[in-house]
Design a protein around this ligand. Structure first.
Ligand code: SAH
Length: 346
């Protein structure tokens, strides 16, 4: 039995089933997450006999780093090896006052957005909560001086809301004071817009930030670049967004990747402002990150600043997310288990 990835209640239950008091479970829970214990032998607040029993019957199994690529801007991309030999990637993005960790939720992605490299590899399976948490531990553990503030974004490979149960479990452990103690305010889950799941997620998950990948202002364009739109169109998605319970002082982020000549014209910016009317929204424009064989182009600097200007004039809060780590294929939409060398020769 692998204990890594279990919640406190589950570990307590496992100890009760062994005829032990629940508090043993709590000790193990804290050791696993708050202290990052790798072995039962190192959990020295447990009696020696119990440590030996646990080492025999249970595991602390975490994903391993198979390789790491460091960008010239300091961003690190990790290729993670899972117990079944499959791979995902996660990214550490250093910023002056904080660390951002970008985690994957699935091996591959079934959604096949035209601009995203992750959609080009086969969707294999959902990650478990332990595999999600393991990415964070691994990337944070590699830092010589972890900054006090960690931001976690579920923006790696996969669609988090197609794996809501494991994602919510990972978030509960991340935000728990006895485990990782990361503030829910510092966690953002990004979704391509799984309309049915949005409401359940907002109601059941700890109060993390939500980001919705919009990327188009007409169904015609969105159908083309995000096939999920053929199932849940813009109107359905925005209706679901309007209905979300948004805590005071928080807003929904709408992500919008600027694809040159596709969705970056002034009329798109105006339509975007109209679409978001009445929603507590902010817009995060994303520079498009190309990948080998990618079918789109970057928006020109001129089109990009015009787009931002129109949004600002219409009273929307908007910012531009610049590429980080794109020289090692670590930027948004570039995660596909490819090393930069293999990618550049592909
Ligand atoms: N599946 C989730 C998480 C995806 S990654 C989602 O769809 O939201 C986070 C963001 O990067 C999403 O907004 C995604 O659409 C965007 N993205 C994907 N490919 C990109 C690319 N090539 N360049 C820039 N952003 C991209």
């Amino acid at each position: 039995m692998n204990l890594f990835g279990l919640e406190r209640k589950e570990i307590e239950q496992a100890m009760l089933e062994r005829g032990l008091p629940a508090f043993r479970g709590r000790q193990i829970y804290r050791a696993l997450y708050a202290r990052g214990a790798h072995s039962f032998a190192s959990i020295t607040d447990l009696p020696k006999g119990l440590r030996e029993d646990l080492a025999r019957d249970c595991e602390i199994r975490k994903p391993k780093a198979a390789s790491r690529h460091v960008s010239r801007d300091g961003t690190s991309k990790y290729l993670i090896e899972l117990a079944d030999g499959r791979n995902v990637e996660c990214v550490y993005i250093p910023e002056p006052s904080r660390n951002t960790f970008c985690l994957s939720t699935q091996v591959g992605c079934p959604l096949k957005c035209s601009f995203c490299f992750s959609g080009t590899i086969r969707f294999e399976r959902n990650l478990t909560a332990g595999e999600i948490l393991g990415q964070f531990l691994l990337a944070r553990g590699a830092l010589s001086e972890p900054k006090a503030r960690s931001n976690i974004v579920f923006m790696g490979m996969g669609e988090p809301l197609l794996n809501s149960d494991a994602v919510m479990k990972a978030i509960r452990i991340l935000t728990d004071d006895e485990a990782f103690s990361v503030s829910a305010r510092r966690i953002t889950v990004s979704t391509a817009g799984m309309v049915e799941e949005l409401a359940r997620f907002a109601a059941e998950a700890p109060p993390v930030g939500l980001a919705i990948s919009l990327h188009a202002t007409t169904d015609e364009v969105r159908d083309r670049v995000m096939p999920i739109n053929r199932k849940h169109n813009l109107q359905d998605l925005l209706e679901a967004a309007r209905a979300l319970p948004i805590p005071k002082r928080r807003r929904i982020t709408f992500e919008y990747v600027l694809l040159g000549g596709e969705n970056d014209g002034p009329e798109d910016a105006k339509r975007l402002a109209l679409l978001l009317r009445g929603i507590k929204a902010k817009v995060n424009l994303i520079s498009y990150n190309p990948w080998p064989g990618a079918p789109h182009e970057r928006s020109s600097p001129r089109a990009t600043s015009r787009f931002l200007e129109i949004l600002a004039d219409s009273g929307l809060t908007a910012s531009l997310r610049r590429s980080r780590g794109d020289d090692v294929l670590a930027a948004c939409g570039q995660l596909a288990n490819q090393s930069p060398v293999a990618a550049s020769s592909a």
